[in-house]
Design a protein around this ligand. Structure first.
Ligand code: ZN
Length: 55
């Protein structure tokens, strides 16, 4: 099994269905890269917080 996801980029996956981004309210198309935000909602990869690391 080959995995091309960037290491340590947790929670990113490709959408398997159409949904709506909770951050920008734009549609997410099937096949787009999505991530879960801290509230557990699907958002665009680029709408999700880049890091949840704390100082
Ligand atoms: Zn978005």
């Amino acid at each position: 099994m080959m995995v091309y996801l960037p290491a340590l980029y947790h929670g990113i996956m490709k959408a398997k269905f159409k949904t709506t981004c909770s951050e920008c309210n734009a549609p997410i198309k099937s096949g787009e890269e999505i991530a879960k935000n801290p509230a557990g909602k699907w958002v665009h990869k680029y709408c999700a917080p880049e890091s949840e690391e704390l100082p």
